[in-house]
Ligand binder design. Structure first.
Ligand code: AMP
Ligand code: MG
Length: 487
């Protein structure tokens, strides 16, 4: 036995997908395999060598029990509704149930055209595949909810983008691939019956405790809003910019999904944008909470036929849930920042302290990631790291003094607090300049820098000798970083 497939979407949701087949690559070669994840999934690898893994996770030879389908979905892309998107370069092999009972989708990304490809080739290039593998592993290691990467396989073929690149297939593992855009598709084209069916399926799969709610569809909206508030607070907490927060890239499970032009911020600036396709800064770092709010309003609209069917009066309740998002997000965000600052209690003027912090970080262009590690070093009586970060020795002195005073109110041992801060503030993130260099080398045939970076970001919190350079920001005079959707 290798995978215990149990394909509930395939069995229960006919009409919500199209059957599909994987292209068979000419010369699949395993680039990376996630052994820890395989074990967590209960994938029995014994006797399976790298060549067989490469065949299995490139589409050449489907694992036993797979029932490949492409999912239908729609989505608002940069604010404009696209009624028909769907898995255009992805294939859901099926679902497996891990030994602990958790259910996961196993999906191939880049395995050739489907009914939803709209003229695209359905393929993926090695750069984006290795970027998603690396960044999703880093997010998982930092404790941010995310889809995972099980395997990356080079196909031996070329894909044509702005130029030819080596092709690859990513095996993605998600608690499901149901998106806001999935609801939008069925609301737009089919109406209430389909929305109810999708909502019921989603509840049974992800949130069985909601099945008995007075209006389960309203309860689903409430739950997904809560998860999105928590998720975006986590993103902001690690300086993550998703880059393409379209509603088709919002998973209702609350996992980060679709790592395209994403990147991490170095020096703090709320308007930071890296994506070459985001010319107006719609998905800038600091706009992500507002966009989440907007996306949840679209989710509410798509759910309305189902909510209304159970109780017309609940339409108002749905509106109230959406209107309450800014307050709910702010609470999640402040809890997140308090943790980063070592504050174990909440006090009346924390909001002011937090708002001032981000003004100061922006004013002095401080490296976001290192700052919180440097704060913890102050608690240990070591100021050199903070000194090295600031443009002038006393640049943030008043804020730091106020923070210190606030810390003393909590009356914990400063050394314990410093350790608690280090356990939530990553030291090693996938720094843009390192990601870029690693992907370039991998594309040219040298996987070593990518493998080394992966190893480093998989243990983001504990400082390790010999890894100092991975904690350093890009040189101040580095050219501005730009990411390309390059899928
Ligand atoms: P994304 O912006 O990456 O989330 O993708 C948006 C839509 O474009 C999805 O429906 C994808 O399946 C589709 N898509 C992206 N790249 C390709 C490709 N190379 N071939 C076919 N469809 C694609
Ligand atoms: Mg997408």
């Amino acid at each position: 036995m290798q995978f215990a497939f149990d394909n509930s979407f395939h069995a229960d949701m006919q009409g919500f997908y199209a059957p599909a087949e994987a292209a068979k690559p000419s010369a699949p070669r395993l680039l990376a395999f996630n052994d820890a994840l395989a074990e967590r999934l209960g994938f029995d690898r014994r006797g399976v060598d790298a060549d067989e893994l490469a065949r299995m996770f490139s589409g050449e030879e489907l694992p036993e029990g797979a029932a490949p389908i492409a999912l239908a979905y729609a989505g608002h892309q940069f604010g404009h509704f696209s009624p028909q998107l769907g898995d255009g370069r992805a294939l859901l092999l099926g679902e497996i149930v891990a030994p602990d009972g958790a259910r996961f989708d196993i999906q191939l990304k880049g395995s050739g055209p489907t009914a939803f490809s709209r003229g695209g080739d359905g393929k993926a290039a090695i750069g984006p595949v290795l970027r998603e593998f690396l960044v999703s592993e880093a997010m998982a290691a930092m404790g941010v909810p995310t889809t995972r990467a099980l395997a990356a396989v080079a196909t031996g073929e070329c894909v044509e983008r702005e130029r030819a690149h080596p092709g690859a297939v990513l095996t993605r593992v998600a608690s499901s691939h149901i998106r806001v855009g999935t609801f939008q598709f069925f609301a737009a084209h089919f109406g209430a019956d389909h929305v109810v069916q999708l909502s019921d399926y989603s509840i049974a799969r992800h949130f069985p405790d909601l099945a008995d709610a007075a209006n389960p569809h309203l309860a689903l909206l409430d739950r997904v809003i809560g998860l999105q508030c928590a998720l975006i607070a986590r993103w902001l907490g690690v300086g993550f910019i998703h880059g393409v927060m379209n509603t088709d890239n919002v998973a209702i499970s609350g996992e980060t999904i679709d790592y395209g032009p994403c990147a991490f911020m170095d020096r703090f600036a709320a308007n930071t944008v890296f994506s070459s396709i985001d010319a107006t800064g719609r998905y800038a770092y600091g706009r992500q909470p507002q966009i989440m709010h907007w996306n949840m309003a679209r989710f509410a609209e798509a759910l309305l036929p189902a909510i209304h069917r159970v109780s017309p009066a609940d339409v108002e309740a749905a509106k109230a849930l959406v209107d309450a998002i800014p307050g709910r997000f702010r609470a999640a965000w402040h809890a997140q920042v308090r943790e980063k600052l070592g504050l174990s209690t909440s006090a009346g003027d924390d909001a002011e302290l937090i708002d001032r912090l981000f003004d100061e970080l922006e004013k002095h262009r401080v490296d976001f990631t290192t700052f919180f590690r440097a704060l913890a070093m102050l608690l240990r009586g070591e100021g050199a790291m903070m000194q090295a970060l600031l443009p002038a020795p006393d640049a943030m002195a008043p804020w730091i003094a106020d923070w210190w005073q606030r810390i003393e109110q909590d009356a914990a041992n400063p050394l314990d607090l410093a350790d608690a801060m280090d356990a939530v503030n990553p030291l090693y993130i996938p720094r843009n300049h390192r990601v870029e260099a690693a992907l370039e080398a991998a594309e040219a045939g040298d996987p070593a820098p990518w493998l080394e970076l992966l190893e480093v970001v998989r243990q983001p919190f504990a400082a390790r000798a010999g890894r100092e350079r991975f904690a350093e920001p890009a040189p101040a005079d580095a050219a501005p970083y730009t990411t390309f959707c390059g899928t």
